[in-house]
Design a protein around this ligand. Structure first.
Ligand SMILES: Nc1ncnc2c1ncn2[C@@H]1O[C@H](COP(=O)(O)OP(=O)(O)O)[C@@H](O)[C@H]1O
Ligand SMILES: [Mg+2]
Length: 239
């Protein structure tokens, strides 16, 4: 039996409805195998966030296809695909909205499949412990530090056990200590992930593969160390 890749993107093009700017993503093809840790590099406006939103079915596909574990992304498959993909938003304030961290972590599982509430509580506790943020359980998310917010947002996504984790500039606005803490946590994750980032150190530390986007197109896709060492390529892509 042939196992389909975790993510398969073929000739994907996307544009923003109503915008006159033409295609935002143009003819992207790549696939991701289970367990891969990928850095998605690209200057501001290259299309990183747009790609993530498209994979989650928030933005419509203009042409081409997206498949997750062999399931073709369309209206019908969207709920199933959203259960497989977890997105960490660029701004945690867009993600955290419940009165406490604990309630925020509970929110996803409570609204998904009907499970015993004791099991949900256990899963939420476990994830808070794994990320070492149990002490934040009863705090208000909007009063946390930037680093704490990131970890709380990550907890709310990981509790859903996504097959593929997408992170949109997770180290943006973090001080060095909070960044180190986040990197340490990400190193422990078994999940397949794609990190959109400008942080070359993060990419080298966590990822074996890099995809470089330039004005909505894939400019390079290969081993992280080689691509991040290619100064001419990165400069040419505005990085
Ligand atoms: N809501 C939107 N409507 C129209 N164009 C947008 C919208 N959001 C982003 N864009 C445009 O799409 C392109 C890619 O943006 P984005 O995906 O946010 O890039 P990145 O995340 O790599 O910085 C940019 O040219 C940006 O101006
Ligand atoms: Mg972005």
């Amino acid at each position: 039996m042939i196992v389909p890749p975790l993510l398969d993107v073929q000739r994907l093009s996307v544009f923003y409805p109503g915008s006159s700017g033409g295609l935002v993503l143009e003819d992207l093809s790549f696939s991701v195998a289970e367990g891969e840790k990928i850095a998605l590099l690209g200057a501001n406006g290259a299309g990183k966030s747009t790609l993530f939103l498209t994979l989650l079915g928030v933005l419509a596909i203009h042409s081409g296809s997206v498949e997750v574990e062999g399931l073709v992304l369309d209206k019908k498959s969207l709920p199933a695909i959203r259960r497989k993909i977890g997105l960490i938003f660029q701004n945690p304030d867009d993600q955290l909205f419940m009165p406490t961290v604990y309630e925020d972590v509970l929110f996803g599982p409570q609204n998904a499949a009907p499970t015993d509430s004791a099991d949900i509580g256990k899963a939420a506790q476990d994830i808070l412990e794994r990320l070492e943020i149990t002490r934040l359980k009863d705090r208000m998310p909007h009063k946390l530090s930037g680093g704490e917010k990131r970890l709380a947002a990550l907890a709310g996504v990981l509790v859903m056990e996504p097959r593929l984790l997408l992170m949109d500039e997770p180290t943006a606005f973090l001080d060095p200590r909070a960044r180190r803490r986040l990197v340490a946590v990400l190193k422990t994750l078994p999940q397949t992930y794609i990190i959109a980032t400008h942080d070359f150190g993060l990419a080298l530390d966590l990822c074996t593969r890099c995809i470089v986007l330039d004005k909505g197109r894939i400019r390079a896709d290969g081993p992280a160390a080689a691509l991040i060492g290619d100064k001419a390529l990165l400069e040419d892509c505005g990085l």
